[in-house]
Design a protein around this ligand. Sequence first.
Ligand SMILES: Cc1cc2nc3c(=O)[nH]c(=O)nc-3n(C[C@H](O)[C@H](O)[C@H](O)COP(=O)(O)OP(=O)(O)OC[C@H]3O[C@@H](n4cnc5c(N)ncnc54)[C@H](O)[C@@H]3O)c2cc1C
Length: 393
Amino acid sequence: MSAVNAAERMADFDLTEEQRLIRQAVREFAEKEIAPHVERYEREARYPLDLIAKLVPLGYIAPMIPEQYGGSFTDVGAYGVICEELARVDWVVASVVSVTNSLVGGSILRHGTEAQKERWLPLMASGDCLTSACLTEPGGGTDLGNMQTSAVKVDGGYRLTGTKVFISHAAHAGLFFVVATLDRAKKHKGVTAFLVDPATEGITIGDFPMRTLKRDNLAEVHFEDAFVPDEGLIGTDGGGFPVLGSALDMGRYSVAARCVGQSQACIDLAVKYAMEREAFGQKIGDFQMIQAKIADMICRTESARALVYRLGRMKDAGVARASMESSMAKLTASEAATQNALDSIQIHGGYGLTEEYTVGRLLLEAKSLEFGEGTSELHRKLIAEFALGIRKQ
Ligand SMILES: Cc1cc2nc3c(=O)[nH]c(=O)nc-3n(C[C@H](O)[C@H](O)[C@H](O)COP(=O)(O)OP(=O)(O)OC[C@H]3O[C@@H](n4cnc5c(N)ncnc54)[C@H](O)[C@@H]3O)c2cc1C
């Protein structure tokens, strides 16, 4: 009996020949070079710097950075496929690509000065500068308009004070994308975006222990009167929200693509196990209740994949902001990833929670994607507000 991968056939239907080749190449690379190490790195809480370095010669680290700045941009669809295939084997490596290209690199490309582009993008594309996005604060990540980290204008720059939490890659980053407020009373109109050197005096990086993703070394970042020169301002004073908005718009696309990859991983593991494991003298894959779970996993993954690919095509067609579609893709894909992890664990029986099998690890990793770049509640709210005409962009 061999598994028929309907998901793969349907996805290929929507991809160009070049995107199909990219997907095949990334899949082979990820399975060979990354997958064998992930479990061990998680056990050792080891940040995968050496695995990230392997992305560089193949151009997978900078698929949204144009060639003139050292990147390997082809199109947004290909970027999604790269995120999807990397996430199918590793959350952290995929996250590096997503943060580099959507949040930080994307913000520099869309809102940075030419000097900022020339300074940072080639370093990011060469893998010499990893990045972090410092958005979330201890008081809450959803209500970004209520930001507490302050920026005070001083001679030649700004001084930042405050704390950011849950920051991925921070201890390894050469550049922080930070949002702070020039005036709390102005709410989102006070929010301002900065490019910050993590080695700046007044910045300290502390542990932020998580029950999952030990290998990502999540951190809290403290700013104590940290000086950022004027050249670090990205956008304008009080103009951080549009910068943030377009960063998250693209960020939600790449996170959604990553969730599709995670959903697919859960299917692949479940199908393999269902064809091996026996109960009552037959393969468990012959039981209809197991088959129903696999069918549901495939349907929700394909629904999510279709939303993600459509969003990629919209962006390739020049739609600058597709906020409602980004929310739809991110919400659908992240919930699919969590539910698929649950179903795949169920198919594995108790073994799904042992260290011998990968699938148990995937559950909390998938769940984390329901928070990053907007929670499910936020996205439901945004989608409904667009539908009701309460929100236009
Ligand atoms: C693994 C991981 C990696 C992360 N990496 C980063 C990173 O690199 N950089 C970064 O800045 N952040 C990062 N985050 C943080 C993430 O973005 C936040 O967790 C997220 O924005 C939610 O913020 P919060 O956790 O403070 O929840 P809160 O904002 O406190 O929300 C708590 C609950 O209330 C709900 N809620 C809030 N407002 C509303 C509303 N108006 N209507 C209905 N429900 C609402 C939320 O949906 C949620 O269920 C990461 C998180 C995780 C788990």
